[in-house]
Design a binder for this molecule. Structure first.
Ligand code: NI
Ligand code: MN
Length: 225
């Protein structure tokens, strides 16, 4: 399987049988993404929450590709009301899809629709494809239950925000990596705008100082897991 980073919190997982799973595809209005929404394929789109920088181009992409949107119940219902294929889930629940397993976790943040309505609780998501497990924390502050997530799941790649202001900053994200104990930490949600101008190299140095691995993905870069 492959993991591609578009920038911000937007990623793509491509399975060996070529299924494409997008996470939080914020591309067209994202000043750091080298890829635009009409260039990506999707079978599924997983949303951590409904803020514009995560819901992003979901509707444009789903309309073109027929992708199924996977989200917590309230957000999935919002998408379904707009005519899209959805799979409703909620925090703590897991489901096996054709491509692998998805489980939603808590995240300490907010979530509202573009119209300003409640969109359910924000979430993180644990995605297992074959023998690899990715934990995308969503937008969140640090929380101690990350330790439990690390105990119950062998996380290969932990995708964690470091940008501060809206989410964990670097020091809290390093603590989160300590709690989750992944094979690799991957920073996200930084430098999209001046307000989240955190330096991924600083995060990497601090992660390595506690004896953990960090991989900084370049905007648009795809790696084989
Ligand atoms: Ni957010
Ligand atoms: Mn965000």
């Amino acid at each position: 399987m492959k993991l591609r980073y578009f920038s911000h919190s937007a990623f793509q997982i491509t399975t060996e049988d070529n299924q494409s799973i997008l996470i939080d595809p914020f591309l067209d209005e994202n000043p750091t993404s080298p890829v635009k929404s009409d260039e990506v394929n999707a079978n599924y789109i997983i949303l951590t929450h409904a803020h514009g920088d995560h819901l992003g181009d979901t509707f444009k992409i789903a309309k073109r590709t027929g992708a199924t949107i996977i989200a917590v119940n309230e957000l999935a219902n919002y998408c379904a009301a707009k005519g899209f294929n959805v799979h409703n889930m909620h925090i703590g629940g897991a489901h096996k899809f054709k491509f692998g397993k998805v489980k939603f976790t808590i995240a300490h943040h907010g979530s509202e629709t573009p119209e300003g309505n409640y969109a359910g609780e924000p979430a993180g998501v644990i995605i297992t494809v074959n023998d690899k497990t990715i934990y995308h924390t969503g937008d969140t502050g640090l929380f101690y239950d990350m330790k439990l997530i690390g105990e119950l799941n062998k996380i290969d790649y932990m995708l964690t925000p470091i940008g501060d202001n809206f989410t964990m900053g670097i020091d809290d994200a390093v603590k989160a990596v300590e709690f989750v104990n992944p094979e690799f930490a991957v920073p996200m949600h930084y430098k999209t705008w001046p307000i989240i101008d955190a330096e991924p190299e600083n995060f990497k140095n601090k992660v390595e100082a506690i004896g953990k691995n960090c991989k900084i993905l370049q905007y648009g870069q795809e790696i084989e897991l």
